[in-house]
Design a protein around this ligand. Sequence first.
Ligand code: SN0
Length: 315
Amino acid sequence: MRHFTSVHDVLHFQRLLQEAVEMKNNPFGYATAGQHRTMCLLFFNSSLRTRLSTQKAAQNLGMNTMVLNINEDSWKMETQFGVVMNGDKAEHIKEAAAVIGRYCDIIGIRSFPALKNRAEDYADSIINQFIQYAGVPIVSMESAIRHPLQSFADIITIEQYKKKARPKVLLAWAPHCRALPQSVPNSFAEWAVAAGYEVVVTHPEGYELNPAFTEGAVIEYDREKAYRGADFVYAKNWSSYVHYGKILTDDPAWMVSHQNMTLTNQAKFMHCLPVRRNLVVTDSIIDSSDSIVIEEAANRVVSAQTVLWNILKYL
Ligand code: SN0
């Protein structure tokens, strides 16, 4: 593997899952794979799990890690071309990417969408410019349109808990007080379909995701029908793709609650975290024994380590 930005970078899906199981069972068995190699983790936006789990994964493989919060502890970065740089942005992404590429063997990047201009966000330009100018492998730590390390960890988690070969996996929209990216649901839908699950997506009208990401999934507007018989409920808020970046409703009936979960096949509750309690999910559901959010977060180390190991093999 050269870059890791989506499920499309995975050559052998089932083999990657097997490797993840091996990594999980034997996390220190590959401690020399990244010897004398350095990974830089670049954050344009906040992070807790991604920051810690990716560093831990790199360290388990014997790599050195450097973390940089762009716009906070470094120069503000200009990402547009052809502009007169007479504002507050002192450094252009073109030089920054090339320089970091000389210091590091792998670069991880987190950059959220601005949620203002759909075409600009969906061009995913920050990660793509790093791919173009850094000259080293790039790992998405959530881009404007996808969060593949999260989705891979989600699939590892579902494989761990599933009781049938092809579980019904429900991606359920839930309310939120802020406009959030579509990255997590876009990416989860792609990975869950690639894993061969029965994938159902439910949301209010107007929250349709970009169909390129939900191909192979069933879109079910009838919430009760969608929840019925689900083996996994993957909750997430996202802002509208159609009415780009907008919040269209805050109807609490869409919150993951006992009322919705009782329709399921005693579904496991999943969420990428951070999650806002009693807005996205009730206390009683996230605190129940069917909530697997902590194990899901723990598997972030496994997904990152498996991906980094696959990149290191070809360096
Ligand atoms: C991000 C998102 O893409 O939805 C990161 C998830 C891994 N989540 C948030 O930004 C939540 C922010 C909030 O205010 O709750």
